[in-house]
Every structure is written in structure tokens, then in C-alpha cells.
Design a protein around this ligand. Sequence first.
Ligand SMILES: [Fe+2]
Length: 276
Amino acid sequence: MTRLLLDAHSPAQRSRLERFAATECVDMHCHCLPGVDDGPATVGEAIELCNALVADGVTTVIATPHQLGRFDSTLTADDIRHAVVELSAALSARGIPLVVEAGADVRVDERIPALLDAGRLVTLADSGRYLLLELPHDTFINIQPLLAEIVARGVTPVLSHPERNVFLARRPEAMSPWLEGGALLQVTAASLLGHFGPLAEQVAWHWLATGAAALVASDAHDAAARRPCMTQATEAIARRLGEPAARRVCVLNPALLLDGEPVRAARHVFRHRNPR
Ligand SMILES: [Fe+2]
């Protein structure tokens, strides 16, 4: 795994690393590859987003373009790996201190177990240990059987921003069996700051406060409306839930995930039926 040399870090990266006594600050969900999904359209826009990540204190980003769903059959695992190599070369040519690893934000689909077996999906950091799964935003699907099949393959499913699913935001207890079955929750930094509305904000905080959410990521798509805001979210978590909680979900767990090490939520059981 590539790591930046210590003296290559930007001031924002250095300050975040020093504050959390970390060797890297990982954003494990970001649409930073150019021309592959609804992230940056060009290399120039991808570089702008990568500069925004560096200014946000991120040292390593897992590039997670959409696979399946509306990007069905257009983006292969090797396309993603190739795009990561190209973006890494463009960053290095410009002296931008950011490590990029391959991953994907995979839309929930019954074909996932077979596609995993065939090596056609990209796991996070290509480690074969974690698969980022995106639920539809407006409908409820019981994904428990799918999660069980993924777990049976030694892969841990990570649910990306379930706070943006209207049903789950209103009935978060529906996810309890999924979490008890081994899935992890990732909430989006911008949700905690209210960028996706009050319901997503409230339930994202509820999942952090109850220990159900193990990871916070940017899910950034550009350097403007959907820019990375990990530093702002980390500060907000430190203020509301304390420094150790902020360190765990924003720095420690994303780094463990990057290295393919076990990540655990603080608590998997929802104590309240509804956050409101
Ligand atoms: Fe995403």
C-alpha cells in the first residue's frame, strides 16, 4: 500500500494527522475519478476535487465510483483500477499529496454474489474485505439475504449513507438485523452538517450517538456543492460526542478499513425505535 512521505503533507493534512496521532487520514467513500460516473467530468475537475480533499486534511482517498444501478455494465473493475492509476499519475505530476486507492459504491442488486465471485466488483481498497453497498434512496428493500451471502464470502458489507433512505431514516430499527448480521454503517459528513435535510441530519447523528455508525466519509462528487467536508464534520462530532468518538469514526475506523483490518461499531443495537 502506498503512503505519502511525511514531509510531503499539506498544512491541513499535517494538522489533522498530528491532532489524531495518525499516520494517514482516509476518506473511504468519494467519487473522484474523472469521466466514469456522476463525479468529475474531466481530469481538471478531478484535480480540483483532489485539491479540496487535501485542503480538508485527507491523505488517502478510496475512489468509489458507482457500479451497477444506472451505471450497469458501463464500468468494469479494470476500468476503475485503470482510472485510479491515471489519476494517481496526474496527481503526482502536479505534486498533489494524495494517495488514491480503488473501490466502488455498488448499488444493491441480487447479482452481487455472482459478480463478486467473478471478480467484477471492486471492494474497498481492492482488499477483498469490504464492499460498499448503496441502497436506493426512496424505496425499502430487505437486503438481509443478500448481506448474508456477502458475509458468507468473507466480505463485510458497508452500507453507504442509509440516512438518505427515507424509509430507514424514519424506521431505523429495520436495519438492526442487518447490523447484527455483520454489516457496517457509513454516514456522510455532509448529512451531519444538514446538507441533505433535517431528517437525514437527525438520524445520522442518532446513529453516531448510539454507536451504530462505524464510519464517516465525504461521498464528495465535486469541489463545489458536494465538496468534501470531513474537517467540519469531525469538529462537529468532537463537540457533540467527544474527541474519542470523532477519532474513531472519522480517522481510526477508516484507516483500519483501508488496511483490511476488522472494524467494529461501538454498538449494533438500536435502543430507540425512532430518533424523533
Ligand atoms: Fe456515493
